[in-house]
Design a protein around this ligand. Structure first.
Ligand code: SF4
Length: 373
């Protein structure tokens, strides 16, 4: 799943870019070990929360968005639920959302109170996005009655409701039923991350292959909804160049199945395999130059009509996508503008910076392998 854990600007302070650690590539040493993933998963899982904690949502905020070509604002709500079942077992290498969960299932009354509190902050934003740090359609996270109560609460006030889920919980009936309760457009987001099976299995550590996500997108469409996929830029164990190529290739493949593709550069979340590697000098979040190249090339290979966006979390911060931290702001603003306007041509002629040479130089060094210096 890909919601920002603390909101668009809620990120830790930066410490400078530093030299890029050299990943070893999927064919070399350092591929994910089940023991790291399992021990990280055990450490981050919270103890069962009190009823008082369960009556408060994790976070909410508003953000810029576009809806059917029109600029608008979105209301984002993170519910506190039991969270993702896969995160309990091993979890994905970049995901630390289990820390935002209850450690047990929420009751209908607890979810109702979270929604009631959130509605006090809702000002009829036309786009509403609801995340549960897992799967909205998993009844262990959001009971079926709570799903429909939530959708009804925004009925007539919002035009589009987005929820996120793993593919195994999507069927035509539950998408159709949500549309009926809401009465507007329903968008179902799936954390595909990569359309390449080996990257998904070995670097991201997802529990389903890309084909499961493509099939789920088909079921979303059958239920009358729109399908959105999140693609991850630079999972661990890939070089910077491999990561760019993986995402561009994934856009070409996934755009055949999804209406919107959102490219999310990895940001370091606590209690994850990626953070474990970062602390040992084995991982650097992607460069903004990489994101720029990825977006420019992706805009050329996507299926016509597929919406392509990127709204990075912790951008311009050492724990998120960053350059030298001096040119970052201007580039991130250009990326946001391209995502809202769907015009990626301006990204081809951005002002350069001396860190661009370092970005190119480090890619050359990475290509020589882990022992080059
Ligand atoms: S599927 Fe992976 S990314 Fe999504 S919530 Fe579960 S562990 Fe996190």
């Amino acid at each position: 799943m890909n919601h920002p854990p603390t909101g668009p600007s809620g990120s830790p302070p930066g410490t400078g870019p530093g030299p890029s650690p050299r990943p070893h590539g999927l064919s070399g040493e350092g591929t994910p070990s089940g023991s790291i993933a399992r021990s990280v998963a055990q450490e981050r899982r919270p103890s069962p929360a009190s009823s008082q904690d369960a009556r408060r949502y994790v976070n909410l905020w508003t953000e810029k968005e576009a809806l059917n070509g029109e600029r608008t604002s979105a209301f984002v709500l993170i519910l506190k639920t039991r969270g993702c079942y896969w995160a309990d077992l091993k979890g994905c290498t970049m995901c630390g959302y289990a820390r935002d969960t209850l450690g047990r299932s929420a009751t209908e009354a607890e979810i109702a109170e979270q929604v009631e509190r959130a509605l006090l902050e809702y000002h009829d934003e036309p786009y509403v996005k609801v995340f549960s740090s897992g799967s909205f359609f998993d009844p262990r996270e959001v009971p079926v009655a709570s799903r429909h109560a939530l959708a009804s609460a925004f009925r007539g006030r919002a035009r589009r409701l987005l929820v996120e889920t793993l593919p195994e919980f999507v069927d035509q009936a539950n998408v159709g039923a949500l549309r009926e309760s809401f009465g507007g457009e329903v968008e179902v987001a799936l954390g595909l991350e990569s359309a390449q099976e080996e990257v998904l299995r070995r670097a991201v550590n997802k529990n389903s292959p890309p084909s499961s996500y493509f099939d789920a997108a088909g079921r979303v469409h059958q239920g009358g909804g729109q399908a959105k996929a999140y693609l991850l830029l630079k999972p661990p164990y890939l070089t910077e160049r491999e990561a760019i190529e993986d995402t561009v290739k994934s856009v070409g493949i996934a755009s055949q199945h999804f209406d919107t593709l959102s490219i999310n550069p990895v940001h370091l979340q606590g209690g994850t395999v990626v953070e474990h590697l970062y602390r040992r000098g084995l991982y650097r979040p992607p460069w903004i130059w990489s994101l720029v190249e990825t977006l420019v090339r992706s805009s050329e290979v996507r299926r016509e009509g597929t919406r392509l966006v990127s709204f990075p979390t912790s951008g311009g911060n050492a724990r998120g996508v960053h350059n030298c931290l001096t040119c970052d702001r201007g580039l991130l603003e250009a990326i946001e503008e391209a995502s809202l306007s769907q015009d990626f041509r301006p990204l081809r002629s951005l002002p350069s910076c001396r860190c661009r040479t370092q970005w190119e130089w480090e890619q050359g060094l990475e290509s020589l392998g882990p022992d080059a210096n």
